[in-house]
Design a binder for this molecule. Structure first.
Ligand code: P6P
Length: 372
């Protein structure tokens, strides 16, 4: 069974996916999509790791403009193209939705975040039964400072259109195909069939779940393969670290303010004060939370009543991974994975991490009638 595969040292991500496909745990189309994500991640790792060098080369150490005379495209645009093209040419994808895709597409609306319509990979729309949502380079504003950044992705199956009714204001003016594409994208996190992230840091780590637990791989650049390094990731039931932008504490909803002040004072359930770790780059903060335990929060605040992080390609995939690793993920009162997105770039407050820590935090929301 899968355990014996996971116990063999040096199992690559490619081999792992083939074993899952051989056991019918994933189908060949999903295997093909993971293959393209794997290849795109290697390219993005290289781009992130060499960006400062390329920047110097492009600008020319003499300060000349590069030979093409073109502006250096920002890394998040380049990585979005890398990821989009890798997925598009699998031929298995019906739709993709990316944080970068908020421009008018194929004549569709996309002028602002509530209207942005996912990109229909037109060549394969009629055959692709999977939908991929992704943030190609989350935390990209950090990359110039060498702070870890990451890719986040989630994969849905095409829903049965008979069961989908789109909100009237969204479906108005769209063709049937566009409505199918949108309905396929606006699914709650509990419908995800796969989710994962790639952390570009001291090493390049790929963490993945198909709904049967969480597995971690490390890129071995000497062979250009992701090698399994964490066969079964389980988040500790409780940690000693909280991870949030405490500068916003004055704007948070009251339950979060009270919870954080208690755990930092050591008057929470554990009786010991927690430490703060926050790098302002979600994939890095989540990876540390997953491995060391504790809680990560980007709560609602007075400026953003839905917080800052996006539901489809940040909150939901990370919540799926957390729950699969034995953790929890809530908005305050609700489970993140239960929330049906109303539009592609919808934001959601997230409080996720160790089960005992998240449950303790939830008690502060249950005591209040705060809407989050
Ligand atoms: P703040 C990066 O811009 C990002 O989208 C996440 O990666 C990160 O967790 C969050 O925003 C940081 O936001 O407001 O604390 O700078």
């Amino acid at each position: 069974d899968m355990d014996e595969v996971c116990e063999q040292t040096g199992v690559t991500l490619s081999r792992y996916c083939i074993e899952l496909a051989n056991r019918g745990i994933i189908d060949s189309d999903l295997d093909s999509i993971l293959n393209s994500i794997r290849e795109a991640s290697k390219v993005i790792s290289k781009l992130v790791n060499t960006a400062p060098l390329q920047q110097a080369e492009l600008l020319g150490l003499q300060g000349e403009i590069n030979v093409q005379g073109e502006d250096q495209k920002k890394l998040d645009v380049i990585t979005n193209d890398v990821f989009k093209n890798a997925l598009r040419y699998t031929g298995k994808l019906g739709t993709l939705a990316s944080e970068e895709e908020d421009e008018p597409v194929d004549g569709w609306l996309g002028s602002n975040e509530s209207e942005a319509i996912p990109v229909l990979s037109e060549e394969f729309a009629e055959t692709g039964k999977y939908i991929c949502v992704f943030d190609p380079l989350d935390g990209s504003s950090n990359v110039d400072a060498g702070i870890p950044v990451g890719t986040i992705f989630g994969v849905f199956e095409e829903p049965n259109m008979a069961e989908c009714e789109l909100p009237e204001d969204l479906s108005a003016g769209l063709t049937d195909e566009q409505q199918r594409c949108l309905a396929g994208t606006l699914q709650p996190g509990k419908s995800l069939v796969a989710a994962g992230y790639v952390l570009y840091s001291a090493s390049t780590e790929l963490v993945l779940t198909f709904g049967h637990g969480v597995v971690g791989f490390t890129l071995d650049t000497s062979i250009g393969e992701f090698v399994m390094t964490r066969p079964s990731i389980k988040i500790p039931a409780r940690g000693k670290i909280y991870s949030c932008n405490q500068a916003n504490i004055g704007e948070w909803d009251e339950p979060m303010r009270q919870y954080i002040s208690d755990i930092r004072a050591g008057t929470g359930e554990s009786g010991k004060p927690y430490s703060l770790r926050y790098i302002g780059s979600m994939v890095g903060d989540i990876h540390r939370t997953l491995l060391y335990g504790g809680i990560f929060a980007y709560p609602a605040d007075t400026k953003n009543q839905d917080g800052k992080l996006r539901l489809l390609y940040e909150g939901a995939p990370m919540s799926f991974i957390m729950e699969q690793a034995g953790g929890k993920a809530i908005t305050g009162h609700s489970r993140v994975l239960d929330i049906p997105p109303q539009f592609v770039h919808q934001r959601v407050p997230v409080i996720l991490g160790s089960a005992d820590d998240v449950e303790e935090c939830r008690k502060y929301y249950d005591k209040s009638d705060d809407p989050a």
